[in-house]
Design a protein around this ligand. Structure first.
Ligand SMILES: *Cc1c(COP(=O)(O)O)cnc(C)c1O
Length: 338
């Protein structure tokens, strides 16, 4: 996206990676975008001085003080938010008018945009008005509501308005023919090495920012007919060794990951067996005969794309990243390419 400035999207604690990691990691971004107002304040406390965008805007009157005191830019997607900004005194707020170009989640319908734009411009607390919209189907070429169609809607109502525009999530940036004209882009998941939508296998050579690791804490020798874990969902058809991993749904590993979900033991690819429990899950050690208690286990990340695990579990990498639980110990590797 030549010439476009970048809002690095850091909602949901930087997709589970931690805002304190995101601030130094995204030093080259032009701004940070998120939805949580208390987290936006934290970004300032962590030393972020460049723009911060609230992508859902203000939720109630108390948010106005934070927007003013911490110099936050805010989306306006409904009349109620305009009313809030109209109450603002001693503030200079940069607002971003959200256009509903077909997704029907947030925003004003295109027909209303010129009027809303003029109203915002006329408010004493408003110093600048930009326009933004969001794509519903950039990762799905077969969709009827294409980014091109949404862009057409969006640009038609933006015509003649003196405003910067912001479009393009990760999926739109990865399209063969991305919608080009925009001043700002808003990538999220690709910045963390994830594939937008349900996109395994990983076609872009992205490196994972996050690796979820644990260890084997037990090994069991099963006889034919022995079953594993809650519900006895997996039963051995022949003698086999299994490993028990200290990682479960209370760590953020998806409980609905079925037998067969990929996992690495000592770097060797194998599979989850039976039901994931709160603190543990079981894995097949057949391809890793040397594995023992203490062997390293990669649930996703380095050597195992999160999107593959997500696909097996019927979800997307985003959900797995965001769901990493507080009890998981975080280690940060310093330096570029670490
Ligand atoms: C989350 C979000 C993004 C980033 O989406 P990705 O698919 O992670 O790139 C961009 N814009 C808005 C409004 C969002 O809510």
């Amino acid at each position: 996206m030549p010439g476009a400035r970048v809002w690095a999207v850091v909602k949901a604690d930087a997709y589970g990676h931690g805002l304190h990691n995101a601030v130094p990691a995204f030093a080259a971004a032009d701004g940070l975008a998120l939805v949580e107002i208390d987290r936006a304040v934290l970004l300032r406390e962590l030393g972020w001085r460049k723009p911060i965008l609230l992508m859902e805007g203000m939720f109630d009157r108390t948010d106005l003080a934070a927007v003013r005191d911490y110099d936050l830019e805010t989306v306006v997607h409904c009349d109620e938010q305009i009313a809030l900004i109209a109450e603002a005194r001693d503030a200079s707020i940069r607002v971003h008018l959200k256009v509903n170009s077909g997704m029907n989640r947030l925003g004003f319908r295109p027909a209303r945009v010129p009027e809303v734009f003029a109203r915002l411009k006329a408010l004493p607390a408003v110093t600048n008005v930009s326009l933004l919209t969001h794509f519903a189907n950039a990762e799905n070429p077969a969709a009827t509501l294409t980014p091109a169609l949404q862009m057409q809607q969006f640009m038609a109502c933006a015509a003649g308005l003196e405003a910067e525009i912001s479009v393009s999530n990760s999926a739109a940036l990865m399209m063969a023919d991305p919608p080009l004209r925009c001043d700002w882009i808003r990538p999220g998941v690709v910045l963390y090495g994830g594939v937008p939508g349900n996109g395994s296998p990983q076609p872009y050579g992205l490196k994972p920012a996050m690796t979820l690791r644990s260890e084997l804490i037990a090994v069991q020798d099963l006889q034919r007919g022995d079953c594993v874990g809650y519900g006895s969902l997996f039963c051995a058809e022949a003698p086999m060794r299994i490993g028990v991993v200290a990682c479960g749904y209370a760590d953020g590993y998806p409980r609905h990951a079925p037998s067969g979900t990929p996992v690495l033991v000592d770097g060797v690819r194998t599979r989850v067996l039976g039901r994931v429990s709160m603190d543990m899950l079981s894995v097949d050690l057949t391809p890793v005969p040397a594995a023992r208690i203490g062997s390293s286990v990669t649930l996703w990340g380095d050597g195992l794309p999160i999107d593959e695990v997500a696909e097996a579990a019927g979800t997307i990498g985003y959900e797995l990243m965001c769901a990493i639980a507080p009890r998981v110990r975080r280690e940060v590797k310093e330096g570029p390419g670490a």
